[in-house]
Design a protein around this ligand. Structure first.
Ligand code: HDE
Length: 686
């Protein structure tokens, strides 16, 4: 126990390590990269003030050369990402399952760095596109870095890594015209889907609301693959990991996401940055699902098949810790862009399964860092350095920073007394789990990987009616964007195996034939409660409310509502005709955050319409437009005073999620409750 404490790494240790690399230029004199003081930085060195620039201008050359080399290749997938620092705290010891020290002690804290991302879009693409989200966590443990490189959906498109380049080529913009950006809604992707039907389950998720997260703070993360836990006795269990967002899982609506992509393409990164900045630290609990090795074949799916999840009804989830993200990066390039994740970065007690998708990833991630980060020393970059010491005989290469002392750089040696020397397993050396292997060398798929539709149907069965409707609308959009009718038809026929009625409706929307009567819908009645977002955690905490307000508002009432918003942990922005200040009945002023054109209803979770006695017709028109859009996106709307008149005129009263009234605090309480509900799907929207 004592020994463990001695090794304890608290959440500040990574921060302290990074501190040596951070630099603050404010108040400093300017120098070149060689430390030479610079006396002038606006003009290049010329022969005469109207003459040609001189070759000897080393200052110009250094500055321009550095600029010319400022870009590195973007990630081939997950190019657009955003990250934050934080820590993980174990709720209990998992020593009975794993040797991993960061999971060995209740209350133990480990620093982490998490990068969220979209998959398909280029680095400058919009945040709110329909896509899977990356959720990659680097734990800086005392035994070395452990990377949990997951997604916000628990399964994947394909079963074998050798198909990954095909999948990505199909979904990326088409090569002949480089369109469309950050979207699966085109022919090559759906052609790939229909010809690779193992994609069925993942497509159901990708067409669902999970692909449109309201916030990185409001989505779960999944390891996707089965890994192994190995304990000190050498006993192995299969394990899947899940990050459960403490704020619950919430999504935007499709129309809204497209508008946000124009109004604020940085929507999700801004949300994360601002939340951390104001102390609303995102939190995720870590869930594990564990299957003893001897039960490997007891399920109606193969544990090694990454297109299958482990239903919680069959394999319960245990919550074992919590991650808190409490610090924004100081520099996006140095940290977020240069971080290098790898599912093969493991610690003793965590090992791999034979999932053929995972096995292929174990090759790909180092390879990709070599091209992206320009050489084999990317582990020395500040963000990638382990917090524990590292020693081996690797030397040289691009951008080497370590200055290794001594003449010896080989193992086994006598001149350096055999050091650095391998560490025995009992002393923490990593030893691979000794799985018994047998079989023929084959290029083949196991028969146990061949059921592509049962879990796709289970997912459909688990959806609430509005969620099902969203899936149908998503398919109709995506297939409707395909130019080739054969591509639409093949997809319709494929998904008739998941649900015939669903496929028929989609066919109707996209002008395809009804699926052939011979196509059989898979016979599965099972559902799993955890798959629907309907019953997720609901809270007004951290929600953003737009307050539409004009001169002469009822100060006392408005203050009650604003106080209630803050008391609920939510936030508001004041929107009025002009920026500056707006004054209420008692002369009290509110600072105006936005006039109508610097913001948009799609940016808010809810609107509170107050108005004012002397607002202009233009104000009323704009406010009504805001309310109409929020209404169409099923958002909570609260209205008091003049605000109610706008709702009356637009015939929006008496609908679910529309809260009106002038009695305080009855109104403010009901409004906050509505904000917590997120959306009112039962609302009648034309
Ligand atoms: Fe990745 N993936 N991937 N992936 N992946 C990359 O590595 C790859 C897969 C995931 O924020 C790349 O550094 C293959 C599944 C995340 O930096 C690359 C296969 C899951 C991130 C790569 C997969 C993921 C990546 C590109 C099929 C969820 C972003 C840049 C066998 C469990 C990490 C990079 C970050 C990034 C390869 C499938 C998650 C090319 C070959 C399944 C979150 O190496």
């Amino acid at each position: 126990m004592k020994n463990k404490r001695a090794n304890h790494i608290d959440e500040h240790s990574k921060n302290e390590q990074l501190e040596t690399f951070r630099t603050d230029d404010s108040g400093k004199g300017m120098t070149t990269n060689q430390g030479l003081k610079v006396s002038e930085d606006e003009f290049s060195l010329k022969a005469g003030d109207r003459g040609p620039t001189l070759m000897e201008d080393f200052q110009f050359r250094e500055k321009m050369t550095h600029f010319d080399h400022e870009r590195i290749p973007e990630r081939v997938v997950h190019a657009r990402g955003y990250a934050a620092h934080g820590y993980f705290e174990a709720y209990q010891s998992l020593e009975h399952l794993t040797k991993a020290k960061f999971l060995s002690e209740k209350g133990k804290k480990t620093p982490v760095f998490v990068r969220f991302s979209t998959v398909v879009g280029f680095r400058g693409s919009a945040d709110t596109v329909r896509d899977v989200r990356g959720f990659a966590t680097k734990f800086y443990t005392e035994e070395g870095n452990y990377d949990l490189v997951g997604n916000n959906m628990p399964i994947f498109f394909i079963q074998d890594a050798i198909k990954f380049p095909d999948l990505v080529h199909a979904i990326k913009p088409e090569p002949h015209n480089e369109m469309p950006q950050a979207s699966a809604a085109h022919d090559t992707f759906w052609d790939f889907v229909a010809h690779n039907q193992e994609t069925a389950h993942k497509i159901m998720w990708a067409m669902s609301d999970r692909a449109l997260p309201r916030s990185y703070r409001m989505m779960d993360g999944f390891s996707v693959h089965a890994f192994r836990f190995v304990n000190a006795e050498g006993k192995s269990h299969f394990v899947k990991f899940t990050w459960k967002a403490v704020l619950g899982v919430h999504s935007l609506v499709w129309d809204e996401t497209q508008k946000i992509a124009g109004k604020d393409p940085d929507y999700n990164r801004r949300d994360l940055y601002e939340a951390i900045d104001r102390g609303d630290y995102p939190e995720y609990e870590l869930g594990i699902q564990v299957i003893p090795e001897e039960d490997e074949h007891k399920f109606d799916f193969d544990l090694l098949d990454a297109t299958k999840l482990w239903p919680q009804e069959d394999v319960p989830m245990e919550i074992v810790g919590k991650m808190t993200l409490d610090r924004n990066v100081d520099n996006v390039f140095a940290e977020t862009e240069q971080v290098a994740f790898h599912p093969g970065h493991v610690v003793p007690g965590i090992d791999f399964s034979n999932d053929p998708l995972l096995q292929g990833r174990l090759f790909s991630y180092t390879d990709t860092q070599l091209i992206r980060l320009g050489g084999p020393n990317f582990h020395e970059l500040p963000i990638n350095r382990p917090v524990c010491p590292f020693h081996n005989n690797q030397r040289d290469g691009y951008h080497r920073q370590t200055i290794n002392k001594g003449q010896v750089a080989y193992h086994r040696n006598g001149l350096a007394n055999g050091s650095p020397s391998p560490v025995p397993e009992e002393e923490g050396g990593y030893a691979h789990y000794q799985e018994k292997m047998e079989g023929r060398k084959v290029r083949a798929r196991s028969g146990s990987f061949e059921d592509h539709f049962s879990q796709a149907r289970m997912f459909w069965n688990s959806m609430s009616p509005p969620e099902k409707q969203h899936i149908i609308e998503a398919f109709s959009f995506e297939l409707g964007k395909c130019k080739e009718m054969v591509v639409r038809q093949n997809a319709v026929d494929m998904f008739a195996r998941v649900d015939r009625v669903m496929a028929e409706e989609i066919a109707g929307h996209v002008g395809a034939q009804q699926p052939d009567a011979a196509i059989e819908q898979v016979n599965v009645t099972k559902s799993s409660a955890a798959l629907s977002q309907e019953k997720t955690i609901k809270s007004a905490k951290t929600r953003k409310i737009g307050v539409l307000i004009g001169e002469g508002f009822e100060s006392a009432d408005v203050q009650v509502v604003l106080d209630a918003i803050e008391a609920a942990g939510a936030h508001y922005e004041v929107i009025s005709e002009t920026q500056g200040k707006v004054a209420g009945t008692d002369g009290k002023e509110l600072a105006v955050d936005h006039h109508f054109s610097t913001t948009d209803p799609v940016i808010y979770d809810a609107l509170y319409a107050v108005g004012g006695p002397s607002i202009s017709p233009k104000f009323a028109k704009k406010a009504s437009k805001f309310l109409g859009e929020a209404f169409d996106h099923f958002k909570p709307i609260g209205a008091t005073h003049e605000g109610m008149k706008w709702l009356e005129a637009a015939q929006m009263m008496e609908q679910p999620g529309i809260i009106t009234g002038s009695e305080m605090p009855a109104f403010s309480g009901a409004f906050i409750d509505a904000v917590a509900q997120h959306r009112f799907w039962e609302r009648q929207v034309e």
